[in-house]
Design a protein around this ligand. Structure first.
Ligand code: SF4
Ligand code: SF4
Length: 454
């Protein structure tokens, strides 16, 4: 039977073999951790801690500052040293809480005694059979869980669709279509039952009638088998959709199209077609918060690329600087040229290795000239390959010309706002046009245009 997929897409080299057999390891705490107040889409959280205060792992350091926001917890027990402005991934600076893990200094005479309990602060664990949908959503909000698929959207909001948008499918995005990344693959193999618990909890939160599924590419046969066996062993109703391996299969709209044949309209959210998509890591974070009483203290990520000495899959304490993670993996070799955070197609070049790992960090890639090779740009040959490959049916070559000419209104009329910056068009272009840079520029300028009268 033909495997399901979506229109367009490409097949970049996978490089998964570098880490797919590397089991998850826990990286020890560094000497200092740097915890940004904004680790999610939306407003940064508001700090609650006082300079010099001793904090416990799991303690709320900063509270949510609005509906689209999330609280931030301490990834370790130790001393809150100060708030500083520091680099974050994406090339900007942000407010960061500096924590020194470890025992507190003994209180001096006349000073208030510092608490010495360094055990993690746990929330009250629930039982899967007993917990209600409302309790799950409240716990997810309290634990500050955000989507692990890249955008870091607060998960509690995604679990609370408006009443006029009935949801009949929740699908776990297990495509992991970005080259190099294998953290979801390892999680599926190593925590199969926990993942099933997480899926059942999400189902409860969305309502008992919601159908549950997992969308996974067919380049992960062991994980497909483990999930199918887990579903049978647990006697639960979760459909495993085996999908064709193709980038960007993990885009929400592509996943829904491939699994269910439903088309999410341009500019709309999956809920418009009755769907909610969650990532593997998000489902596990929900499981850990609801059934284990834990808040996210680590990010599970792949460290890979031909420029790193020891590629690995790691659980890294949130707030660990990128340079410490690279050092823990044996350091970069002499061929290393660039560090990318996330996958190579949609990730960001790291401008500073002092930027910390955050809740949604999925990968740290140390890439060499060979992997980055970008042949010189040549003239467009009007081959149309970029348009053929675009999964949302845009005309990238036209958008490129319009963006170069600064014709932002025309780019808007051609639908540039639905571009998801997946890089598929640029990958396929024989003229090596820097399409994504211009598409990003175009989107930014379109956002600043006055709204059109309808
Ligand atoms: S980057 Fe934008 S235009 Fe290019 S393929 Fe992806 S969605 Fe289409
Ligand atoms: S793929 Fe490249 S060369 Fe072909 S039409 Fe698009 S921009 Fe032009």
């Amino acid at each position: 039977m033909a495997l399901k997929s979506f229109h367009g897409g490409v097949h970049p080299p996978e490089y998964k073999e570098l880490t797919e057999d590397k089991s998850l390891e826990v990286m020890p705490l560094p000497a200092e951790i740097f915890v940004p107040l904004g680790q999610h889409l939306g407003k940064p959280a508001n700090s609650l801690v006082k300079k010099g205060e001793y904090v416990r792992r799991g303690q709320v350091l900063a509270e949510s500052s609005g509906f689209i926001s999330a609280p931030v917890h301490s990834p370790a027990s130790g001393k809150f040293v100060k708030m500083l402005k520091g680099p974050v991934v994406g090339g900007t600076t942000a407010d960061i809480l500096l924590i020194k893990p470890g025992e507190p200094d003994p209180p001096k005479e006349g000073e208030e005694g510092a608490p010495v309990d360094s055990s993690p602060m746990l929330l009250e664990p629930y039982r899967l059979e007993m917990v209600s949908g409302e309790q799950i959503i409240e716990r997810v909000r309290e634990a500050g869980i955000v989507g692990q698929g890249g955008a870091a959207f607060p998960t509690a909001v995604k679990l609370s669709p408006p009443p006029d948008k009935p949801i009949d499918w929740m699908i776990i995005n297990a495509a992991e279509c970005e080259p190099y990344l294998t953290r979801d693959y390892r999680l599926m193999l190593e925590r199969t039952d926990d993942l099933i618990d997480g899926i059942l909890l999400i189902g409860k939160a969305l309502g008992e009638t919601v159908n549950l599924g997992i969308g996974i590419e067919n380049n992960k046969p062991e994980a497909i088998q483990a999930l199918r066996e887990g579903v049978v062993r647990r006697a639960v109703q979760i459909e495993v959709f085996e999908l064709k391996t193709k980038y960007p299969q993990g885009g929400e709209k592509m996943l829904i199209d491939a699994a269910l044949g439903r088309k999410v309209p341009p500019g709309a959210l999956p809920m418009e077609v009755g769907c909610v998509i969650q990532n593997v890591g998000t489902a596990l974070a929900i499981r850990d918060a609801v059934l284990g009483g834990e808040v996210p203290a680590t990010a599970t990520l792949t460290v890979s690329g031909l420029g790193i000495n020891e590629p690995r899959n790691l659980q890294v304490p949130i707030g660990t600087p990128l340079r410490e993670v690279i050092a823990y993996c044996g350091g970069a070799n002499e061929k290393a040229r660039r560090v990318v955070v996330g996958g190579p197609m949609m990730g960001f070049a790291a401008y500073s290795l002092d930027a910390p790992v955050v809740k949604a960090t999925s990968g740290i890639l140390v890439l060499t000239e060979e992997e980055l090779k970008a042949p010189p740009e040549t003239a467009c040959v009007n081959c149309g390959k970029c348009a053929e490959a675009c999964p949302v049916n845009l005309l990238p070559f036209r958008l490129l010309k319009l963006a170069k000419a600064g014709r932002w209104e025309d780019t808007r009329d051609l639908g540039i706002e639905v571009c998801m910056e997946c890089g598929t068009c640029a990958f396929t272009c024989p003229a090596h046009k820097p399409l994504v840079q211009y598409l990003r520029l175009g989107k930014k300028n379109v956002r600043n245009l006055p709204r059109k009268e309808s």
